[in-house]
Design a binder for this molecule. Sequence first.
Ligand code: NAD
Ligand code: MG
Length: 385
Amino acid sequence: MAEIISLLGSTGSIGRQTLDICREQGIKVAALTAHSSIDLLERQAREFRPRLAVVYEMEPALELNRRLAGEGIEVAYGLDGLRRAASLAESDTVVTAVVGMAGLWPTMAAIESGKRVALANKETLVCAGELVMDAARRYGAEIIPVDSEHSAIFQCLQGSRDRGEIRRLILTCSGGPFFGLRREEAAQKTRADALRHPNWSMGEKITIDCATLMNKGLEFIEAIRLFRVSPGQVDVVIHRQSIIHSMVEFRDGAVLAQMGTPDMRLPIRYALTYPNRERSELPALDLLSCPPLTFAPPDLEAFPCLRLAMDCARVGGTSCAVLNGANEAAVELFRREEISFGRIPDLVEEALGQISVKSNPSMEDILEADGQARAAVTRSAGGGS
Ligand code: NAD
Ligand code: MG
């Protein structure tokens, strides 16, 4: 069970809910970090009294430093600041709730310091999963998933000592706000439409990924990395009610599912209290009043991002870094309303077609692929949307 954490991305959706669990469980906080939103970071710092507060951007960091003068809280900035937050001696656990591949460096710093990592930042595992998992083994750092599907699988695997027992992982997917639409219909949807998720309230980037189903594609790759299974062992099933958070089918035919009211605080609490389960105020799942549980195959024609991610999982090498980098760049353009929803999968597919894949990539290869993917998206988007 975590006693003192470093929380990277404390002002975001996962970050704020992590602090709810810290309040609930009396977990102390040694470091808080944010990109630039210092008003909230200041309030969090005054409440949790961390030793270190980090703002990625320098200007707001200087302002926060002025505001917290005399409080005994050191303020740092930039990547160095994030790395320091991730490797503070007093933290036993690092929660990585930064969004995007920017989380890669602090995640590696946490692993190299041998911390337990409660990992929400899926983009890191997608672009550099093999390097991250190898480093975790080398430094003896435990990785506990926070993503609800992977937490569900992790929970179902407790008590199973042999990975050979797993026949199949079944990732459930809500289908997102555009479930049931054809590709041409979804293509017309606006930013506001995409930000209306039926079952979860989350940061903007992941909410848009849920609308394109790229989120499930990223999770497909994340599952392969975390649980060391092959792409052929992971299935995705649409389950609109988000009551079953994912399942494991074992070689004897048994299927274990983790169910519950959808609330990210459950997987966050489990990651922080693991291997224990602690009391919570979460409303009990009332099976008699919950809607019928339904299951359907995903529509890979209407939602090509999921198909692209599954293809990249099979290709391996730098292709997942290209997929992720292109997607981050395309989603950013969509958030700024510079491209239509339908262009997101097109831009990712174009980037994948333009950039050659390197196998057994080094960290440099991955960073290069990420940069090439972002540049390809900027180029193609400039050519008309
Ligand atoms: P968010 O946008 O709400 O918060 C992101 C946090 O990261 C903020 O604190 C922000 O200040 C910080 N940040 C952003 N860019 C940064 C940068 N370049 N450098 C340093 N800090 C930066 O996002 P979120 O919804 O909380 O998601 C965080 C991560 O967790 C994502 O990888 C997401 O895929 C994953 N995740 C989220 C949920 C959810 O319910 N929100 C569920 C599963 C997984
Ligand atoms: Mg998820």
